[in-house]
Ligand binder design. Structure first.
Ligand SMILES: C[S@@+](CC[C@H](N)C(=O)[O-])C[C@H]1O[C@@H](n2cnc3c(N)ncnc32)[C@H](O)[C@@H]1O
Length: 261
């Protein structure tokens, strides 16, 4: 996906004007959008908290196509998106001896490459969706990576309470906060410093807006960079916008969080 233009960065996708204009430009997308809105409304009414709601969204999406459920329209894009994440972290120093926590690992689009690269047992993937983790286990088997003994764990929150202090050289969340309300991000940032190893970092992507923060169907959330940087600083972390990620053909932006020495 190409980078957003300045106009796109200011767009409020939840506004009625935008939705009408979008519908007029893309009439073939109206019916799928109406169906998705109806499904999401039903799931919101039957699931009280965001994680339960989004888990139900993932169950519905993964039943149709696990690759599409993590946002890739075909196998080629699924492979390319995984490779992009992998190459970036390797360029930023991910070594086989490192231990990595992949938050919202999905069906291991990038995870299988990390598992292959890291020493045995070095990869920890967590996700709120049992359906996508099952799809991830299939990918692991297809890639013949069972001997790497990755940890794949279902989670309900981002407190990391089952993980020890100072454990991970790299924590990573790709396309997770783009589906998360601010309370979920706040919880993650409150706790992530405890599990980061000295000198480690936490990279996350987000859907960036330079206009009003908003969400669409409580599935896609748009944040200003300064909001997320301030949230990290509130929890005693340092956060910086990763300019070099902007050069990659990906619609989201990236922030790196570290614990100040
Ligand atoms: C768009 S997919 C991306 C998956 C993977 N990171 C990748 O790039 O292929 C988002 C994933 O995050 C998971 N997820 C969403 N909210 C989460 C949360 N609060 N904690 C953990 N996982 C979450 C979803 O179940 C889904 O598997």
């Amino acid at each position: 996906m190409p980078k957003q233009s300045t106009d796109q960065l200011k767009t409020d996708r939840s506004s009625l004007v935008h939705r009408i204009r979008y519908a007029l430009r893309n009439p073939s997308r109206i019916a799928p959008h109406v169906l998705r809105s109806a499904r999401d409304l039903r799931l919101r009414l039957t699931h009280r908290d965001h994680v339960s709601y989004y888990r139900a969204v993932m169950a519905s999406d993964a039943a149709r196509d696990p690759r599409a459920a993590v946002g890739s329209r075909n196998e080629e894009r699924w492979l390319a998106l995984g490779e992009m994440q992998f190459d970036y972290l390797v360029e930023h120093g991910l070594k086989p001896g490192h231990r990595m926590l992949d938050i919202g690992c999905g069906n291991l689009r990038a995870g299988w490459r990390f598992i292959d690269h890291l020493d045995t047992g070095g990869y920890y993937g967590i996700d709120i969706s049992p359906d996508i983790l099952i799809a991830g286990k299939k990918v692991l088997a297809e890639r013949g990576l069972q001997h790497k003994l990755p940890h794949l764990t279902l989670t309900q929150d981002l407190t990391f309470d089952f993980l020890p202090d100072d454990s991970f050289d790299v924590v990573h969340a790709h396309s997770v906060f783009s589906h998360s309300p601010v309370e979920v991000i706040d919880e993650c940032l409150r706790h992530v410093g405890r599990v980061l190893a000295p000198g480690g970092f936490f990279d996350f992507t987000f859907d960036r807006t330079e206009g009003t923060e908003h969400h669409v169907l409580r599935e896609d959330f748009y944040y200003r960079t300064e909001t997320l940087v301030a949230l990290a600083e509130k929890h005693g972390l340092r956060a910086r916008f990763m300019e070099d990620w902007e050069e990659r053909p990906h619609g989201q932006s990236k922030i790196r969080v570290t614990v100040p020495e």
